[in-house]
Design a binder for this molecule. Structure first.
Ligand code: ZN
Ligand code: ZN
Length: 132
């Protein structure tokens, strides 16, 4: 009886994923190389559409975090993710921060005349009727 092994055994476990420092989405370690330049290009195109006052400096790729001579992927990922979060835009009406694409949706209901209410404090006034 011979076992037919079609090709080398595939590596098990989750494929390594990398956060895109621009959009914050996760990609496989191979597709990130393809995605990043495209994502940056898209970002620049979107940015150019904006009025000058709203344009932002292009996101900068964080350096890989090296620990003990080798790349610490978890830490690098975190740095990438944080960089993408830095690309959030502040709503001029209510001051809350949103991702670019979310801001557009948000500003349909949040306008200069009728800004969305800021989340004032942690304590939401809610009377808890305790049943002892
Ligand atoms: Zn991206
Ligand atoms: Zn707002």
């Amino acid at each position: 009886m011979s076992h037919l092994n079609p090709g080398p055994p595939r590596a098990r476990g989750p494929a390594p994923t990398v956060f895109c420092y621009i959009c914050g989405r996760q990609f496989g370690s191979k597709s990130i190389a393809i995605h990043e330049p495209q994502c940056l290009q898209k970002w620049q195109m979107e940015n150019e559409k904006l009025p000058k006052s709203k344009r932002r400096p292009a996101p900068v790729k964080p350096e890989a975090v090296i620990v003990g001579g080798s790349v610490d992927y978890a830490a690098t990922n975190e740095a990438n993710w944080k960089a993408s979060q830095g690309a959030m835009v502040e709503c001029e009406h209510c001051g809350r921060k949103f991702r670019d694409d979310r801001l557009e949706v948000h500003q349909r209901s949040c306008t200069a005349h009728n800004p969305a209410k800021r989340v004032a404090g942690k304590s939401v006034e809610r009377k808890i009727v305790g049943k002892a």
